[in-house]
Design a protein around this ligand. Structure first.
Ligand SMILES: NC(=O)C1=CN([C@@H]2O[C@H](COP(=O)(O)OP(=O)(O)OC[C@H]3O[C@@H](n4cnc5c(N)ncnc54)[C@H](OP(=O)(O)O)[C@@H]3O)[C@@H](O)[C@H]2O)[C@@H](O)CC1
Ligand SMILES: Nc1ncnc2c1ncn2[C@@H]1O[C@H](COP(=O)(O)OP(=O)(O)O)[C@@H](O)[C@H]1O
Ligand SMILES: [K+]
Length: 501
């Protein structure tokens, strides 16, 4: 698991640790870690194969802000200068860290005030590696000048950009980017991950994130956000044993589809079948039932009117994809939510819930899987607000709706009240294709029916779904192609194997 802490918690832990250490120890640990990652990059090691020219003679530019983030960059620059790099510090703050500046000068580094525009521009354009030390966890809001201009120039340079602690302009606690921000190839972060490095839009500005241990661990409280690694997810996968039978593996009920929308039902049932359900019971009107029977003959289907009576026993429900939003849909959804079973509500089901939030007053686990537009309807705000501050909104939704909320999008987030928000690390933008969300609902429903707790089912479902999409869009890791929701379904067995293997 990768754990992330918000700024106030990082600062409290840093204070507690600093009180036990000689002055400057933490900064020198941070700077040494940063310098060693930069040296590795210059030598051509992972994660970058280029430029591989070594540290000696490499042209390194430091973008230095007025705070301690600039101090880290200056000390790291001094370390690289001592190994033979040609280091130029561009001083962009109203002041600069004195100790760091003295160390860089003593190591033979060059210093340029930001006002020397032409020389600064030339240095950035010719750099092999740029360290962004403008703002760290002290940054607030979008970058102001001259930082914003330097960030733009760095983006146009062919140099590898390494962010110190976090890309300047990214809000450390939320991942919000309010205006100009640095786009890094690699971010070297200190002590713990920051939520803004894991959650978009911040995450996509951070590139590959490397954590440098500065000894903060024992002083950090529970994390605010965490991102599971493959092994964390693998242990949660339900696996059949010799004791298993189809009922014990979990029977999932799927209430989806309507005369108008049939495809969503076929895809949701497919997700449940491929998600490892022992049996899928599908309830809908005539046309979708006919199509599901043709495509998934292994499912048990029932044509229903406005009652679910006689469907048979299930251990969890998936309700909503293609269901419609009329009174019949509302009545059926109400019946599902009146059970004491885990229920996942998606798509049209969420639109119905936006006007019937009372249906969520229940004791059994409820998982909601909205995209930003659906969550906006549920919370009475607009999708742009949600996209800009995903973390805040997914937390708010989990609390207000008393449910496990999986917010889909460029980084899928999963929240439950009083627990760290989980960030899904898999996925690809190619997944943004109609119907792929229906696959996720069926898949997650199968995990719920298999007895996986709601937050783990949602996190595991999102992980497998994103992995299947990657395997299908870019199976050889050498170039991606567009995929359909069906391709995601077809890649699910491979995703399970990859994870379990
Ligand atoms: N503490 C420790 O033990 C350790 C800390 N470490 C390092 O310290 C870093 C935190 O350092 P920090 O607290 O000095 O804040 P930092 O991010 O450098 O700059 C804040 C300054 O920027 C300014 N500013 C803010 N927003 C702005 C904007 N949008 N656009 C332009 N300017 C803006 C703001 O100025 P103001 O607006 O207040 O005038 C403020 O003065 C941390 O990330 C890590 O790298 C490591 O060494 C490990 C040990
Ligand atoms: N920019 C993106 N990057 C990665 N994944 C994305 C992006 N946008 C959407 N997705 C994913 O694509 C899927 C789309 O689901 P959804 O919006 O419900 O579509 P549908 O309702 O048509 O099935 C979700 O799993 C979502 O997380
Ligand atoms: K930075």
């Amino acid at each position: 698991m990768r754990y992330a802490h918000e700024v106030d918690k990082v600062r409290t832990a840093e204070r507690a640790l600093m009180a036990r250490l000689p002055d400057g120890t933490l900064m020198s640990r941070a700077a040494a870690g940063l310098a060693s990652v930069c040296a590795r990059i210059l030598r051509g090691g992972r994660p970058h194969a280029e430029p591989g020219l070594g540290v000696y003679g490499a042209r390194v530019v430091l973008l230095v802000g007025g705070g301690d983030n600039g101090g880290d960059a200056l000390y790291a620059g001094a370390g690289l200068a001592r190994r033979g790099a040609g280091v130029t510090a561009v001083l962009a703050g109203t002041k600069s860290h004195e100790g760091g500046l003295a160390d860089l000068r003593a190591a033979g580094g060059r210093v340029l005030p930001v006002a020397e525009e032409e020389r600064v521009a030339t240095a950035i354009d010719r750099a092999d590696l740029i360290i962004d030390g403008m703002l760290g966890i002290g940054g607030r809001g979008g970058l102001r000048e001259p930082y914003a201009g330097l960030a733009r120039r760095a983006a146009d340079s062919p140099a590898i950009v390494v962010a110190c602690d976090l890309p300047s302009g990214v809000d450390a606690s939320s991942g919000q980017v309010a205006g100009a921000a640095v786009r890094a190839d690699v971010t070297v972060t200190f002590g713990t991950y920051k939520p803004g490095l894991l959650v978009d839009p911040g995450a996509e500005h951070a590139g590959v994130v490397e954590l440098v241990d500065i000894g903060l661990g024992p002083y950090l409280p529970d994390p605010d956000v965490c991102a599971p690694l493959a092994e964390d997810v693998a242990v949660r996968l339900p696996r059949p044993t010799s004791e298993s039978n189809k009922y014990r593996r979990g029977v999932v009920g799927v209430l989806a589809g309507s005369e108008t929308f049939t495809g969503a039902a076929v895809l949701a049932v497919g997700g449940a079948v491929r998600g490892g359900a022992g049996m899928v019971r599908f309830a809908s009107s005539e046309h979708p039932v006919e199509l599901v029977r043709q495509r998934w003959p292994e499912s048990v289907t029932t044509v229903i009117g406005d009652s679910l009576d006689g469907i048979g026993r299930v251990q969890a429900w998936v309700a909503g994809p293609g269901l419609g939003t009329d009174e019949r849909a509302e009545a059926l959804l109400a019946q599902v939510l009146a059970t004491d079973l885990p229920v996942l509500v998606d798509a049209d089901g969420l639109t119905v819930l936006a006007r019937r939030r009372d249906l969520l007053w229940r004791d059994a686990p409820t998982v909601l899987t909205p995209h930003a537009g659906e969550l906006a309807r549920l919370l009475g705000t607009d999708a742009g607000e949600i996209e800009a501050r995903r973390l805040e909104h997914v937390r708010r939704a989990a609390e207000e709706l008393t449910a496990t909320v999986l917010l889909k999008g460029s980084t899928t987030l999963i929240a439950e009240a009083d627990r760290p928000v989980r960030v899904n690390p898999t996925g690809t933008p190619w997944l943004a294709t109609a119907g792929s969300g229906d696959v996720l609902s069926g898949l997650t429903g199968a995990l719920l029916a298999g007895g996986v707790p709601a937050i783990d089912a949602a996190a595991t479902g999102a992980y497998l779904h994103g992995l299947a999409a990657r395997l299908s869009a870019d199976p050889y890791g050498d170039g991606a192609a567009p995929i359909s929701a069906y391709d995601v379904l077809d890649a699910l067995p491979e995703a399970f194997r990859t994870l379990a293997g």
